[in-house]
Design a protein around this ligand. Sequence first.
Ligand SMILES: Nc1nc2c(ncn2[C@@H]2O[C@H](COP(=O)(O)OP(=O)(O)O)[C@@H](O)[C@H]2O)c(=O)[nH]1
Ligand SMILES: [Mg+2]
Ligand SMILES: [Zn+2]
Length: 289
Amino acid sequence: MQGIIVKGIGGFYYVKVANEIYECKARGKFRHNELSPLVGDNVVIELDRDNKGFIKEICTRTSMLIRPSIANVTQAFIVFAVRNPDFNMDLLNKFLVLCEINKLKVVICFNKIDLADKHEIETTVLLVKSIGYEIIYLNAKLGQGIDNIKNHLKENITVFCGPSGVGKSTILNSVVGHLAMETGDISEKLKRGKHTTRHCELLEIEGGYVADSPGFSSLDIGFIKKEELQRCFPEFEDYYDSCKFSTCMHYKEPGCAVKEAVEAGKINENRYKFYLKTLEEILNRREWK
Ligand SMILES: Nc1nc2c(ncn2[C@@H]2O[C@H](COP(=O)(O)OP(=O)(O)O)[C@@H](O)[C@H]2O)c(=O)[nH]1
Ligand SMILES: [Mg+2]
Ligand SMILES: [Zn+2]
């Protein structure tokens, strides 16, 4: 039987096959490929005589997020608030790079539209649309925009990303219709003193799965290889084949088509500046290794 791991706790994996959930243990250690099963993995399981399940095989992963560890995520909702906390373009850029490097479909969600006018984020909206990303506006407190979120879930494994306090948990709770995630008000009180081990779980909804913990706990993008970074900027794609040097980093090289596109106003200057800043961080880090 083949199914998907929706939860893992204490050495047990909960594998969903059709409409049943089987409690399984991993058999052996999958030594040949040094894998251990992750939530999101498609696995082949076998039941023994007592109906106990064993994972026999882990199918090839299409993606793998770390902290939280989830396999086969296909989509990220990057959530920001229009205000409280204020929108931050640098943070959005970092999330976008992390999503692109993991080849996730991206939907950008602007929450708390009750707190500001849309025109306050107009420049950002235009930029985001020009890169090609889709936008959903929400007032999660009133449930506005939630249907739009639900329409994107089918056949995806989705994670919510974004800074703290923007409304990720509120959105997820509205989507699943119950309290799957603690919202700001509650978790602030529990934070102090309480040692919680987070287990990531996939919740099945609208023909897809949503992870109940935020997609990226660290926004460190310095691990990305310098050659890979440009692939995280979809709007560069039309240009980099026209650079004079095939190895062009769009940095200080002559005849750089990306730089020319920036100068011609075809690529947003701030996005390019963010690219340069990140590239320099990557280059500096490597020198010391
Ligand atoms: N005004 C307003 N507040 C919201 C909205 N959505 C969430 N909040 C509040 O923002 C705070 C943080 O929300 P939470 O879901 O915990 O954010 P998270 O840290 O991203 O998970 C909570 O007090 C929510 O009630 C919204 O659309 N409008
Ligand atoms: Mg939260
Ligand atoms: Zn170039």
